[in-house]
Design a protein around this ligand. Structure first.
Ligand code: SF4
Ligand code: SF4
Length: 334
């Protein structure tokens, strides 16, 4: 398989280097109420890697000194971090945009019902994962009961004005080893199905390819499909998606304060390193965000450029998409 960097350099050598910081992504840890089979962090209810208050306060201080960034809060299930409320309240007014990545079902857990009101009060953009609009496909990835909980959470978010005067985005990922279909086709199908069945509305659908790391990698290896999936991602390399890779404008902060080019590199254990070779930490963000810094890339990067492109920012950014066959199945069975 051709090395990912070489593919990018053949397009533009600048694509393998950091451009400028736009998004600070904070991974609050690997605890989650779910244990999805496609999870690149292997998150679960027993996750123990939880970002502490000290790292969170360093993030707050950085945002105080660097206004105008996007703060992207992720996990695991970020709402389960005991300092989640503190992070959100302390960063009010410090970022141009604050995104919470939610699995939706967390808002139905006992003691977490306050979440939709809190998102609204804090003016958070909700980026909610929903792998399909079909019950069977969602539950095959996420477990029994998750579909109904997700639909109920979306209904409550709509009642709070999300999808109307507050941004509500959905995130799709394929059930199997195919790469995501064209975003526009999927979005149309999601919009129609969710509206007709449940009266649910949302702003945009973002599409992510599954990243062969964590629990998803283990499941691929167990079925002997790992190498085949990597080859498939590489074969579907789309040069038009390459300029949109998020690592050119994003830095990810891991639960222990270590810095990464993205959340996938965090899952892969590929930290940013300083000139002394030691992993960079949150206090060293100034060094991490220097324009022209090389980006650490590996074979899992092919998931960001396969098909229509993919990433934490989703594929909703402007990218050339090849037309999809008319009548093709938008949310295919697993
Ligand atoms: S994919 Fe998301 S919701 Fe599922 S286990 Fe991982 S962090 Fe939790
Ligand atoms: S996996 Fe991370 S480092 Fe690799 S291309 Fe995607 S965003 Fe960039």
């Amino acid at each position: 398989m051709q090395v990912f960097q070489e593919k990018l350099r053949a397009i533009d050598s600048g694509l393998t280097r950091f451009e400028r910081l736009q998004t600070l992504q904070v991974n609050l840890g690997d605890r989650c109420n779910l244990s999805c089979i496609h999870c690149h962090h292997s998150a679960s209810p027993t996750g123990t890697r939880i970002m502490g208050r000290e790292v969170i306060d360093q993030v707050v201080r950085y945002l105080e000194r660097h206004p105008g960034l996007t703060l992207d809060i992720t996990g695991g299930c970020p709402e389960l971090n005991p300092h989640f409320r503190h992070l959100v309240e302390a960063t009010a007014g410090l970022a141009a945009r604050r995104i919470i990545r939610s699995n939706l079902s967390i808002a139905l857990e006992k003691g977490m019902e306050w979440l939709p009101d809190f998102y609204r009060e804090q003016n958070l953009v909700v980026m909610a994962s929903l792998p399909c609009y079909e019950l069977e496909n969602v539950e095959a990835q996420r477990g029994r009961g998750v579909y109904q909980a997700s639909i109920e959470a979306l209904t409550r978010l709509n009642q709070k004005g999300y999808g109307k005067d507050r941004e509500l985005h959905l995130v799709y990922n394929p059930g199997g080893t195919a790469v995501a279909a064209a975003r526009e086709t999927l979005e149309q199908a999601y919009r129609q199905e969710l509206r007709e069945r449940f009266g649910i509305s949302f702003n945009h659908l973002h599409c992510m390819n599954n990243v062969p790391l964590g629990r998803y990698r283990v499941s691929l290896e167990q079925t002997g499909a790992y190498q085949r999936y990597l080859a498939h991602l590489a074969e579907r390399f789309n040069p038009d998606a390459a300029p949109g890779i998020m690592c050119r404008t994003l830095i990810s902060i891991g639960w222990d304060g270590t810095l990464y080019n993205c959340d996938f590199n965090l899952a892969a254990g590929l930290p940013l390193r300083g000139i002394d070779g030691a992993p960079l930490r949150v206090a060293e963000l100034a060094e991490a965000v220097r324009s022209g810094n090389p980006i650490r890339m590996a074979e899992h990067c092919f998931s960001c450029t396969a098909g229509h492109g993919s990433g934490c920012g989703g594929s909703a950014s402007v990218r050339k998409e090849t037309p999809t066959r008319k009548g093709s199945l938008a949310c295919p069975p697993q």
